[in-house]
Ligand binder design. Structure first.
Ligand code: TXA
Ligand code: MG
Length: 327
């Protein structure tokens, strides 16, 4: 099937396909997701297959209506309720004890299920039409760069998907923040589109889980390598960018690309440059991040360099993605 006919804006058709157990890529405010009926094990199994995703990495279940929360989980700590009241719909995923109707495949056998209510109008319309919880990981092959446009999905998953519901570029551009609960206390399992500062304003100080070195993780999106371009990427210091630095000399003869938060004179000595913003605004940077990484990846550079982002607000989520993109 030619790629063009895969991309559509027909929400009713998408709902019909999902009800039939087919896979539909959906736009959300964070990134595009690869959606399947979360209560249909065969459909969910296909999601793992199409993404080439290991079965130890559980999926986020998307809902439009709080009534589904009560059917999918067995208890909701006070802090979870406060966070849902404050930030749903939005880029927040809550990990809560699962009920029996959630297939083990969705949670990779874990006792908890991850639930999110997206704020994206088309996604909400679809979820309401289909009236089922929809499991949707980011719509990219496992370990690769997350998609922020319908075209990104078509390029990498293509015919593996039955339909790609297009609603233009994602406004937030990084995945949701995943929050779990230890004895009712919130803990950030993955930094994302909702900042730690926003969360702490509602529930007070929260912890965030250290990255496990390897293997099946408590929140396996925390695997040390993820979100990676094909081209090697290294996080460097500003002093490494000058053409006569030790690092740049060691790259002599190789084509080097640079990812920058804002314009810098250092950019002039590089073969390809992506500048995410004019003024360092981290929201704008997040929205531009994955697409810029993709563009650098398809220029013929041998190495990508990037500076860390300020470690605050959305900078935490961006640094997390950068660190995992390094190889
Ligand atoms: O913004 C998003 O969250 C996007 C859009 C499509 O909603 N989805 C997304 O899904 O990023 P995915 O599969 O790429 O990342 C899911 C994250 C992983 O870090 C996974 O480990 C974690 O959520 N997760 C899912 N279920 C979990 C569970 N039961 N316990 C702990 N972590 C879980
Ligand atoms: Mg992902």
């Amino acid at each position: 099937m030619p790629t063009d006919s895969l991309i559509s804006t027909d929400v009713a058709r998408a709902a019909e396909l999902l009800r039939e157990g087919q896979l539909v890529a959906i736009a959300t405010e964070t990134v595009y997701g690869l959606g399947a009926n979360a209560l249909d094990e065969r459909a969910v199994a296909r999601v793992f297959e199409v993404k080439n995703r290991p079965h130890f990495d559980p999926l986020i279940v998307h809902i439009a209506d709080r009534q589904w929360l009560d059917r999918l989980v067995t208890s909701v700590p006070d802090a979870a309720r406060q966070l849902a009241d404050a930030f749903w719909p939005g880029p927040l995923t809550l990990v809560l004890p699962k009920s029996d109707i959630v297939p083990d495949l969705v949670t990779s056998g874990l006792p908890c299920v991850a639930i999110r209510m997206p704020s994206h109008p088309q996604a909400l319309e679809l979820l309401r039409k289909v009236d089922l919880p929809i499991a949707a990981p980011s719509a990219n092959p496992f370990g690769q760069i997350s998609p922020t446009t319908a075209e990104h999905v078509a390029e990498t998953l293509g015919d593996g998907v039955d339909l790609i519901l297009d609603d233009g570029p994602c406004s937030i551009g990084v995945e949701s923040t995943v929050v779990g609960f230890d004895d009712g206390k919130p803990c950030i399992l993955r930094h994302g589109g909702l900042t730690q500062e926003e969360i702490e304003r509602v529930v007070g100080p929260v912890t965030s889980r250290q990255n496990p070195a390897s293997g099946p993780a408590e929140s396996p999106g925390m695997l040390p390598q993820h979100y990676a371009p094909r081209t090697p990427l290294a996080m460097v210091e500003p002093s490494d960018l000058s053409a006569d630095s030790t690092l740049r000399k060691s790259l002599a003869g190789r084509r080097v690309g640079l990812l920058l938060l804002e314009p810098s004179p250092a950019a002039e000595s590089f073969d390809a440059v992506e500048v995410l913003t004019t003024d360092g605004n981290l929201r704008d940077a997040a929205a531009a991040f994955f697409a810029a990484l993709r563009r650098l990846d398809v220029t013929d550079v041998d190495q990508i360099l990037a500076l860390p982002f300020p470690d605050e607000g959305l900078g935490r989520a961006l640094n997390d993605r950068l660190r995992r993109a390094c190889h």
